[in-house]
Design a protein around this ligand. Structure first.
Ligand code: TRP
Ligand code: ZN
Length: 484
């Protein structure tokens, strides 16, 4: 989490990313011929129903316009990956089950060109494909009717690397001295597997990752098996609840793996032996935090929990990878609470647009305050007061959390601290009972889904029976220090 770990933005070389592809990009660049064009698909045009139209190359998010794709909805990813840390060689087979949401002549998956695609099939038949910037453009042999389920198999290989984000941080496939620190918020998923990588398209996952016997591969969800053959071990993980791409992880290295049942939770941890001395009791620290948050926010939403502690001093942040956050150090109590709170706010309930990121960070920051208060290390009011004490002319107050302005300010302090202060202001306005009903209802109504700021405001007004426009305007939308 940004404010607790010094973020290094040293001279890492950026992976060259293609310039933003226009959302209205002209069709016709796909290999294997283009059956439909946008004009063909005009209502009533002859051939539209048969041939379909290309799916959009982006989901239309103003912060990351190319991210995600239109025209289909991914339901399940089966990722079979073979990785050798010493050479950084990745060989992958991605089997993606999806459904067409329009008659589809062609569609995109997000994948950087660092990886080379060898073949693509759609429902078993060879499909045309090209790699255009970070878009893998697939043209099935026959157009897919709207509503049809289909299976895409992509074979690819290469030596993956990370992306450099607009805020100067790295995400994606980040090599360590013994493997990979794999954190993918906001853009990293396209550095290691093809998919529909905007957070609005959630899917379930199976990971089958093969690594040398002296390494482990740790992913999201439940460990199903680990099988050694010929000096290499295959780890199989099932992420059974829907997940956004940016929350996926396949982290690889020398790890001490534990898989235990503690306090009713299946806790799976992976700790780098270099940090093992500092990580005593790591697995046992999860249940108390999760049961406190369950009492406030509703049941823990996933079938297992745990964490990955991987020595990587240059990353500078932790991430709430679903079910199993990844940390570059042994987490403090507040960092542990932060990433575990994200399992409700961010992972189970995910924003609809990147500008709504305060729904993740403001909530997780507030949950840190709640945990520090509960455990007696700092009262909630003093956490609020410390954040609020910044003078009115501090530039901090110029950034409204509900739209920090662009991708370079995605993780601005205001998103965290002012986001958390917004929740405290709401609590003071509506009272404890309505406030926690709002949080629980938010987590329940949008479980495994996506929601945006207007939906949260509407819920708060519905539960409290009050108009809260002035409060949210002052705290979320307008620059300037809100009065108490
Ligand atoms: N979501 C992370 C958290 O737990 C923050 C994060 C992800 C981040 N990527 C980042 C922060 C890059 C700073 C820079 O708060
Ligand atoms: Zn966070």
């Amino acid at each position: 989490m940004k404010r607790l770990l010094a973020l290094t933005t040293a001279a890492f070389t950026a992976l060259p990313l293609a310039p933003a592809a226009a959302l209205d990009a002209a069709p016709g660049t796909g290999a294997g011929g283009t059956h439909g064009t946008v004009l063909d698909a005009a209502p009533g045009a002859p051939g539209a129903a048969l041939d379909g139209a290309p799916g959009a190359p982006g989901a239309g998010d103003p912060y990351f316009p190319d991210q995600g794709n239109g025209g289909y909805d991914a339901g399940h990813y089966d990722l079979a990956l073979d990785y050798t840390p010493s050479s950084n060689q990745l060989d992958g087979v991605a089997t993606i089950t999806a459904r067409a949401t329009q008659a589809l002549s062609r569609f995109d998956l997000d994948l950087v060109r660092t990886l080379t695609v060898r073949s693509v099939t759609v429902d078993g038949a060879p499909a045309g494909f090209t790699q255009d910037g970070s878009e893998l453009v697939v043209t099935p042999a026959a157009a897919l009717p709207s509503g049809q389920g289909f299976t895409v198999v992509v074979r690819y290989d290469g030596k993956p690397t990370y992306v450099l984000d607009p805020d100067g941080s790295r995400d994606g496939w980040i090599r360590t001295n013994d493997g990979v620190f794999n954190a993918n918020e906001p853009q990293g998923a396209m550095t290691w597997y093809p998919g529909n990588h905007h957070m609005t398209d959630k899917a379930t996952y199976r990971f089958s990752v093969t690594v040398p016997d002296d390494r482990a591969a740790v992913a999201n969800g439940d460990l199903v098996s680990s099988t050694s053959r010929g000096g290499r071990t295959t780890y199989v993980w099932d992420a059974r609840q829907p997940m956004a791409s940016y929350l996926a992880t396949v982290s690889i290295g020398k790890f001490q793996l534990t898989d235990t049942k503690i306090g009713g939770y299946r806790v799976i941890t992976a700790v780098d032996p270099k940090l093992a001395g500092k990580a005593g009791g790591f697995a046992a620290r999860h249940a108390p935090v999760l049961s406190y948050f369950s009492s406030l926010f509703g049941p823990y939403p996933f079938s297992s929990t745990g964490g990955i502690v991987d020595h990587e001093p240059n990353v500078g942040y932790a991430l709430e990878t679903q079910t199993r956050p990844i940390y570059p150090v042994v987490p403090s109590e507040s960092l542990l609470a932060h990433e575990l709170a994200h399992q409700w706010f961010g992972d189970s309930v995910t924003p609809t647009r990147w500008q709504d990121i305060w729904l993740n960070e403001g909530f997780a920051n507030y949950a840190e305050w709640l945990w520090l208060d509960k455990t007696g290390s700092k009262t909630l009011q003093s956490s609020f007061d410390a954040a609020y004490s910044k003078p009115a002319d501090d530039p901090f107050w110029q950034t409204p959390p509900a739209d920090p302005g662009g991708p370079a300010d995605l993780f601005h302090d205001a998103v965290y601290d002012r986001g958390a202060m917004t929740l405290h202001a709401l609590r003071r306005a509506v009272g404890d009972s309505a406030f926690f009903t709002i949080l629980r209802t938010w987590a329940t109504e949008h479980q495994y889904g996506n929601a945006d700021t207007p939906a949260f405001v509407a819920l708060a007004e519905r539960v409290s029976g009050r108009s809260l426009t002035a409060l949210f305007d002052a705290w979320l939308h307008k620059p300037g220090k809100p009065a108490l």
